[in-house]
Design a protein. Structure first.
Length: 249
């Protein structure tokens, strides 16, 4: 058991908001094959998406004025990774991502995560979202979580996730020792916050995080659910919880 903190920050994608990763992989493979690239399979596409997602975390903030430009560059990275040369495929992928990210039915929340957030709020603990997703606010609204958070911090032009932790501490006048960050990435959700003296908790074991790129059978949502159960045990919280209103003013 660890001491409860007064403040908690959460990553968004892969931590709070989940999606059917393999359904996306299959859709992208189908689009490629429809464009005549029959050699594009799920293994190749998983690797391409993994590399594109790393690019997104580093570079997405440069495109905050234009989400359309962001999806074009993201699509270009995927097409580059699968080693084909097709402007048409880039355009079709960009259109797919734009539509995919507008559809709330593509996203869901771990039941345990939702229980835990409500229990945190009912105890008066303040919640923040710190995300590399430039559209994190809308993503949280899609799954009816946004109102639980006192502040949602996502990249602006040129900012990084490290910048967001600095901003959170400064704007909220928080001491690092009074904050725990919860995420899924061992670099952006563990190493970076800990470099500021912020304790962290990963809902997915680092050794398992990339297993979704190795098998179609992995139950990532199950790992996340188990991670939140471990967090509840560490904080000595009982589940299911009693719903409460956000403590934000």
């Amino acid at each position: 058991m660890i001491r409860p903190y007064a403040n908690y920050s959460f990553d968004v994608d892969g931590t709070l908001v989940l999606q059917d990763y393999m359904a996306k992989v299959r859709a992208l493979c189908w689009i490629a094959q429809e464009c005549g690239f029959v050699g594009v399979d799920s293994a190749l596409m998983r690797d391409a998406l993994a590399h594109a997602n790393l690019w997104y975390e580093r570079e997405a903030s440069a495109f905050t004025p234009s989400i359309d430009d962001l999806w074009m560059h993201y699509a270009s990275r995927i097409v580059e990774e699968i080693a084909v040369d097709s402007e048409d495929l880039i355009s079709r992928y960009a259109a797919y991502f734009k539509e995919y990210n507008r559809n709330a039915s593509n996203f869901f929340v771990s039941p345990m995560a939702r229980h835990l957030l409500n229990q945190f709020a009912s105890r008066g603990w303040r919640l923040y979202a710190v995300s590399a997703n430039v559209d994190a606010n809308r993503r949280l609204q899609m799954v009816s979580l946004q109102k639980l958070f006192c502040r949602v911090l996502s990249p602006r032009s040129g900012s990084t996730k490290a910048d967001l932790f600095e901003e959170l501490l400064a704007r909220e006048r928080l001491s690092p020792r009074d904050l725990m960050h919860v995420g899924d990435d061992p670099v952006s959700d563990r190493d970076i916050p800990e470099s500021y003296g912020i304790d962290s908790f990963l809902v997915v074991d680092p050794d398992l995080r990339d297993v979704r790129n190795a098998t179609e059978l992995v139950d990532l949502a199950g790992y996340v659910e188990s991670g939140y159960r471990r967090l509840a045990e560490l904080l000595n919280l009982r589940l299911p919880e009693t719903r409460g209103a956000s403590s934000c003013t």
